[in-house]
Ligand binder design. Structure first.
Ligand SMILES: [Zn+2]
Ligand SMILES: [Zn+2]
Length: 257
């Protein structure tokens, strides 16, 4: 399986996944044009895409999804709750497909296992994506790592893990108290510290590679996100663990798992 995170952060999120002939995007939160540019930058013809799978209706996850689906006549998969909350974006899309939260579905050579997240959206999910022997886990836009999230991510070869904010930067920063509470709360976004703990638990079960995702411009820095995770992992005796901090403004390397 090939995986490339085209963009990550509040300015837009999109993950490209390829298994054999199957090519899909998980979220398309940049403009349609930018998603196309970034696909070309990694030598993928946007016209070869086969589907878009959506996690939730926040603009940083669906901004370009309707445009791309109409332009390339792609099916778009999402929960009923997400569809209700984003009808305007997907108006005119011919093939809207629903999946049930927590029920696996197949698309081409990929199997998607959606799981519920604690996040302030209508019916948000993230996915474990299986193709061949490979297993990709994605956990972004969540306020807390629940037992269910652990269960689903267990056994993944690669995990995209949200490190949204540094708790101190958030609390001492310029955001209003309400916004701080929303972002730092159980239905908001994951802090570096919570992500580091989750990665340690997963490392104990064999995970050796993670991509740090959805970093806030205001309330985080790449060195803080990576440093927090690195020192937590080393504190638990995990040394051979690959961490890559994802960027908003350019695609990640292509990971082959
Ligand atoms: Zn988001
Ligand atoms: Zn969100």
């Amino acid at each position: 399986m090939k995986v490339c995170v085209l963009a990550s952060g509040s300015g837009g999120n999109a993950v490209y996944v390829q298994e054999g002939p199957t090519r899909v995007l998980i979220d398309a939160g940049l403009t349609g044009r930018k998603v196309e540019d970034r696909l070309r930058a990694i030598d993928v013809d946007p016209g070869s895409l086969q589907a878009i799978v959506v996690t939730h209706e926040h603009a940083d996850h669906i901004r370009g999804a309707g445009v791309l689906a109409r332009r390339f006549r792609l099916p778009v998969w999402m929960t009923g709750g997400t569809l209700e909350a984003s009808r305007e974006t997907f108006r005119g899309v011919e093939r809207v497909r629903r999946f049930e939260n927590d029920e696996a579905f197949d698309f081409g050579d990929l199997r998607f296992q959606p799981f519920t997240l604690s996040h302030d959206a209508a019916d948000p999910v993230n996915f474990v994506v299986e193709g061949g022997e490979a297993r990709l886990g994605i956990a972004t836009d969540l306020g807390v790592v629940t037992q269910l999230v652990y269960q689903r991510l267990r056994g993944a070869d690669l995990v995209v893990m949200e490190t949204n904010h540094d708790r101190d930067l958030l609390m001492n920063g310029s955001y209003s108290w309400d916004l701080k509470r929303r972002i730092g709360g159980n239905r908001g976004h994951l802090s570096n510290g919570k992500a580091a703990e989750a990665l340690c638990s997963l490392a104990e079960e064999g995970l050796r590679q993670a991509l740090l995702a959805h970093l806030s411009d205001e309330n985080n820095r790449p060195d803080l996100a990576e440093g927090t995770c690195r020192s937590e992992l080393e504190g638990r005796g995990v040394r051979d663990f690959a961490l890559t901090v994802l960027q908003q403004d350019r695609p990640s390397p292509i990971f082959v798992i």
